[in-house]
Design a protein. Structure first.
Length: 318
């Protein structure tokens, strides 16, 4: 299978992307992508709109998101219904500021976890050399965050591919491959064209509230546009690291329909309707709280319940 983008950041990642859902679909048509994967920052808001637009245009949608968990940025991809529920649990832990690697490992079912190199600033420098054993120990822990685990080679633009820094990363990847870790090409896509890179930097400048002096130090190469993807794909199709070989395995493992009904609806006894059960439970609660209550209490309760009924509220008893 050829490359398919799985790390698209949409406009739902506030101040981090210049890609609306319609723009993403338009780019997919322009560059002939039949499969698209989104991975927004700590939110699932884009899911329904993205899926609807993909299905309308006969594109296979892959759903994911990413979180900062302790020292690492971890991207999750949903494989199936179990993965969706796992991601909901992880998102709730994040919302409550309780998301740790140990907690996240409890919710790995049905998920693919990806750890990107560039995003996590993993490079072959003196720090890496001095902490190599610690890194691989932590990586082993991260590999348990999903049923499947991949290292993401989130290369920026093509000018970065031939630099010394890139060769350093290739040496890290070779070490990872020697330890049987699977690698995928995982560039961050948050632009339509290369010329938009300064605009994204301005957005990040606003988001991070950095000074004008710091703004001038921003690294444009850390963003990738749809315009550059084919060139990157061609480079790696002939690369000895063969990072495109795992896409087929990933895509075949995904069987998830976002709009399929999940779980079971609450049911009540066939002998009573929900209004009768509500009246019974309310009366029992009143007796428990007050004991032998005066008739006017029952009259007031009946009045309140009749108002609820007349307004056609949906009554759910749990």
């Amino acid at each position: 299978m050829s490359f398919c983008p799985l790390n698209i950041k949409t406009c739902y990642s506030f101040l981090e992307s210049g890609l609306s859902i319609p723009t993403i679909i338009s780019c997919a048509k322009k560059y002939n992508f039949q499969i698209l994967g989104i991975s927004d920052h700590s939110n699932l808001f884009a899911f329904p709109t993205f899926v609807k637009e993909c299905e309308k245009n006969k594109i296979k949608p892959i759903l994911g998101t990413y979180y900062e968990i302790e020292n690492y940025y971890i991207h999750y991809i949903i494989k199936n219904d179990d993965g969706y529920f796992s991601l909901l649990a992880i998102n709730e832990l994040f919302r409550k500021n309780q998301l740790t690697i140990e907690e996240a490992k409890k919710h790995s079912k049905g998920l693919i976890a990806v750890l990107p190199l560039v995003e996590n600033n993993i490079k072959y420098d003196d720090y890496f050399k001095n902490n190599k054993n610690r890194f691989f120990h932590e990586l082993l822990d991260c590999s348990k965050l999903g049923e499947d685990f991949y290292i993401g080679y989130d290369c920026p633009d093509t000018s970065y591919l031939i630099s010394d820094k890139e060769k350093e990363k290739e040496s890290i990847i070779k070490m990872l491959v020697d330890r049987t870790y699977k690698i995928i090409l995982f560039p961050l896509l948050n632009l339509e064209e290369k010329k938009h890179k300064p605009l994204i930097n301005i957005l990040e400048h606003i988001k991070d509230q950095t000074s004008e002096q710091d703004y001038n130090k921003f690294n444009y190469s850390e963003k990738t546009s749809f315009e550059e993807i084919k060139e990157i794909e061609n480079y790696f199709s002939n690369n000895e690291l063969n990072m495109l070989s795992n896409f087929d395995q990933i895509i075949q493992s995904i069987n998830f329909n976002f709009f399929k009904k999940k779980g079971k609806m609450l049911s009540i006894s066939e002998d009573k309707n929900s209004k009768d059960i509500l009246r019974q439970k309310a009366t029992e609660g009143l007796e428990k709280k007050i004991g032998n209550f005066p008739p006017r209490y029952q009259e007031r309760l009946n009045y309140e319940l009749d108002v609820i009924s007349s307004l056609n509220f949906v009554i759910v008893i749990t």
